[in-house]
Design a protein around this ligand. Structure first.
Ligand code: ADP
Ligand code: MG
Length: 491
């Protein structure tokens, strides 16, 4: 067992076992079986057809766009597309489910086994199996917080097409779970099959967690429903791991149950136990014939697919010698890759060295600043072209890497480009011998004792002299030149 995956309990190490069920809302103008609109944020009950309201005698008609989206996603997760699949009724009663059943797929889903490769921070890659992807309808929404005595029902979401993507229990840590969701989200966003907006509920994750001793059979799992951010996903897993380990170490048994994540407390609490689990009485929906897909259509869809994040990552690694992790961060969001590629166009010269530097500035400084201000890349005051401009100034030796950080802060504050800020604030690096030699003479005179020590063999003092010169020149001296001139002077 790999050290990363070990949770230390009082009785020694435990291993986490995690499987994820992701609900992803399909991007489509209309619903899975009706022509009603699907736009987010519409007035309640304004996007409800007679089918979605389950009026007697209404018949579902399959939306071809949704099928195409599911196939595309299936191909994106390296999965087999089942040319024959079946829609089933999943029967249960709930106020926001007027049909009394949800149309879903059970034994014969549209997409079978696949996998995702996820990159971890240490550069390693883990392959996570995907069991299936099936199509299903969303239910309506019950609203309990608008009236003290009443609950309201909004059927806008009723009938909206969802893909449920189920992973194998192959995930072994919160980091892997987060990386898996990131990866899946980057793929559906790239394919434009789901917008991946977790805060709007268009992507929701059910997290199955259990713990075991190394090599032991899987333990009993708890399922945490509807986790709606990657941060919460990690919190929920850590909390569940601690909770289950405590129970087991005190001699208890973990109950198989469904739990809810409490975002305010960072904890999970029981929702229903498996004893109360529904028997959904699945059976093939008599209103819908089996779904038969033409193989030629699947191949046409495959041909029309854009460059996927993995391919883009491989290309960035090859063309610019980026590390696997850096490349994976750059392709994680479509907008990050687009920003990087936009910036590359303005790099002068554009070679692997400048591209690497650009990647470092984007991942380090830009992301750091965005995080601090809780902004997304599209809100960055520093544009792709401006970031490339800053890297060009470093590459040209106009400013040092250290001064560049100062320039970057100014760029962030003002939205101006690097060269005008360098001009305006007089930050240009001094690359002439004259002014540097004046300072060197001054420093060596002021530290004549150290000069003697250096010349009698205390080599380490060289760094001290460099530091003093740089300090005296407010960091603006060309460091290579300072080194060279100092060496000559001290000979
Ligand atoms: P259900 O339909 O009851 O939710 P499934 O067998 O379809 O059950 O499993 C749902 C999810 O639970 C899958 O993602 C699977 O990988 C995961 N899973 C199954 N067993 C375990 C376990 N012991 N620990 C953690 N996850 C598990
Ligand atoms: Mg489940």
């Amino acid at each position: 067992m790999d050290n990363r995956y070990i949770y230390e309990g009082a009785s020694g190490p435990w291993e986490l076992v995690i499987g994820l069920e992701v609900h992803a809302q399909i991007i489509s103008n209309s619903k899975l079986f009706s022509g009603a609109a699907t736009e987010f944020g519409a007035e309640p009950n304004t996007q409800v057809s007679l089918v979605d309201a389950a009026m007697p005698g209404m018949l579902p008609v399959i939306n071809e766009v949704c099928i195409e989206q599911a196939i595309k996603t299936g191909l994106g997760i390296n999965a087999e597309i089942n040319l024959h699949s079946v829609f089933d009724r999943k029967n249960y009663f709930y106020a926001d489910l007027p049909q009394g059943y949800q149309i879903s797929q059970y034994l014969q889903p549209i997409v079978g086994q696949g996998h995702l490769d996820v990159e971890l921070e240490d550069g390693s890659v883990r392959r996570i199996g995907i069991t299936r992807l099936h199509l299903e309808q969303d239910a309506g929404k019950s609203i309990h917080d608008q009236h003290p005595q009443k609950s309201y029902i909004d059927l806008n979401r009723s009938g909206v097409a969802l893909m449920e993507i189920v992973s194998e229990p192959d995930i072994r840590s919160a980091e892997e779970a987060s990386a898996y969701v990131h990866k899946l989200r980057s793929i559906v966003r790239c394919l434009e099959t789901c917008d991946g907006n977790m805060d709007q509920g268009s992507m929701r994750v059910d997290v199955n967690v259990s713990v075991r001793k190394a090599g032991a059979p899987f333990g009993t799992r708890a399922e945490i429903k509807n986790v709606n951010s990657i941060k919460f996903l990690a919190q929920a897993i850590h909390y569940e791991a601690d909770r289950q380990i405590s129970i087991l170490e005190e001699g208890g048994e973990v109950q198989q149950e469904t739990r809810l994540f409490d975002a305010a407390r960072g904890t999970t609490r029981p929702m229903r136990s498996k004893e109360h689990a529904h028997d959904y009485r699945y059976f093939p929906d008599p209103d819908l014939p089996p779904l038969v897909i033409d193989k030629a259509w699947v191949e046409a869809i495959r041909k029309s697919m854009p460059e996927l994040p993995d391919a883009k990552k491989a290309r960035l690694m090859k063309d610019y010698e980026l590390t696997a992790y850096d490349a994976s961060v750059l392709v994680r969001e479509t907008e990050t890759a687009a920003y990087f590629e936009e910036a590359l166009k303005s790099l002068k010269p554009s070679n692997t060295k400048s591209a690497k530097l650009l990647a470092n500035w984007l991942i380090g400084e830009v992301f750091g600043a965005l995080n601090r201000e809780d902004k997304t890349l599209s809100e960055s005051p520093v544009s792709a072209t401006h970031l490339a401009g800053l890297v060009n100034q470093i590459q040209d030796g106009v400013i040092s890497g250290k001064i560049a950080k100062e320039v970057f802060s100014l760029m962030w504050e003002t939205g101006k480009d690097a060269s005008s800020l360098i001009e305006e604030h007089g930050l240009k690096q001094v690359s002439d011998d004259g002014p540097i030699l004046v300072v060197i003479d001054k420093i060596l005179a002021a530290h004549s004792d150290k000069v003697v020590e250096y010349q009698s063999g205390k080599d380490k003092l060289f760094g001290f002299f460099v530091g003093q010169v740089m300090k005296e020149m407010a960091g603006k001296a060309n460091p290579d030149l300072v080194n060279k001139l100092l060496k000559e002077k001290l000979k």
